[in-house]
Write a protein that binds this ligand. Structure first.
Ligand code: SF4
Length: 330
């Protein structure tokens, strides 16, 4: 059983993930025999309360985007449970899932790739309403204009095409599209990584305003600690398919406990205005096809002990609700 981290408003949990795994078999040879497994997500547990923003941070390949795609059902899990608004998603039929899907929407890193190049913005934003049979044509058009205004775009842009917009404007369109069906949960996967720094802050501020306006719950995925710090209430740090630390934002940034979190923080001294001693991590992130035994971080950790090489540390409460998976705290 996993030590299940609880959200801050425990009795109003919208999303609860427990022991989630996504393993891919590695096939080889003419007979495609399985020669190994890539453990992209390997036993992730967390919960998100209504109105909360959970940040998920980690280097590329740590499993954060796979976790997002599992939650929103773009991928099928290997194992584990995903409860959303009281429903177990992993056992729903396709038809039942369709109803739930409108309550969870995703914002992607590259809005241009996710917008149909030959559709006007109006058509792009109307499409989900057509699919779900929401309102009359007139009401759908009114909603498009309202949404464009809400994301800071001139409603007169409705007849334009994606290529006529800047990167920041296109991401605003991506956000409007995510809002069309009035979802409860929005999963934003690196939503500002492709944008200029100056535009990033505007888009983050917009997401915060919309969260207040529509009482939204966010899962916010990023490799950028400064961005995650700005928007999150709590933050989960992932490494090689597992959560290694999960805490309220202030605690995590003031007293990072896991050596990996400490190393990540030390790379962005401007995060809290004071200089932290830079911790240089040894080597690269190991391949998830061949993760190290025991604590998967042991090959890069300067505090590594003998036990770390053989025993997997469990994510558990170390201090004040701060959850950490490290033998230093057991
Ligand atoms: Fe380092 Fe051991 Fe903690 Fe892993 S369990 S982070 S190797 S001290």
């Amino acid at each position: 059983m996993h030590d299940q981290p609880k959200a801050t408003m425990e009795n109003d949990i919208l999303l609860e993930v427990n022991g989630l795994k996504k393993h891919y078999p590695i096939k080889k040879g003419v007979f495609s025999s399985t020669v190994g497994t890539v453990k992209a997500v390997d036993g992730v547990s967390f919960s998100v309360s209504r109105g909360e923003t959970l940040g998920i941070v980690g280097e590329s390949g740590c499993g954060k985007s796979t976790t997002a795609r599992l939650v929103i059902r773009l991928l099928q899990e290997t194992e584990g449970s995903i409860r959303f608004a009281g429903k177990e998603l992993t056992s729903l039929s396709k038809g039942e899932l369709r109803g739930v899907r409108r309550d969870m929407q995703m914002i992607f890193q590259d809005p241009y790739a996710s917008l149909h190049p030959r559709w006007t913005i109006e058509r792009t934003l109307m499409e989900p309403m057509l699919v779900y049979g929401m309102g009359s044509r007139g009401e759908q058009r009114d909603r498009v204009l309202e949404l464009l205004g809400n994301v800071g775009l001139n409603p007169s842009y409705a007849k334009r095409y994606p290529h006529e917009f800047s990167g920041g404007q296109r991401q605003r369109i991506g956000i409007a599209r995510a809002l069309v069906l009035q979802p409860q949960l929005i999963i934003a996967d690196e939503p500002v990584s492709a944008l200029d720094i100056s535009i990033q802050a505007q888009v983050i501020n917009l997401l915060q305003d919309l969260q207040e306006q529509y009482k939204l719950t966010y899962m916010f995925i990023s490799h950028d600690l400064s961005v995650v710090r700005h928007i999150s209430d709590r933050v989960a740090v992932m490494y090689l398919g597992r959560i290694v630390e999960l805490a309220e934002k202030e605690k995590l940034f003031e007293t990072p406990m896991h050596p990996y979190t400490q190393a990540l923080m030390s790379a962005v001294p401007e995060v809290d205005g004071e200089k932290r001693e830079r911790i240089i991590l040894r080597g690269d992130v190991p391949s998830p096809a061949k993760p190290p035994t025991g604590c998967t971080f042991h090959t890069r950790c300067s505090s590594c002990m003998e036990i770390c090489k053989t025993e997997i540390p469990v994510l558990k409460k170390a201090a004040d609700g701060q959850l950490v998976a490290c033998h230093l705290y057991t």
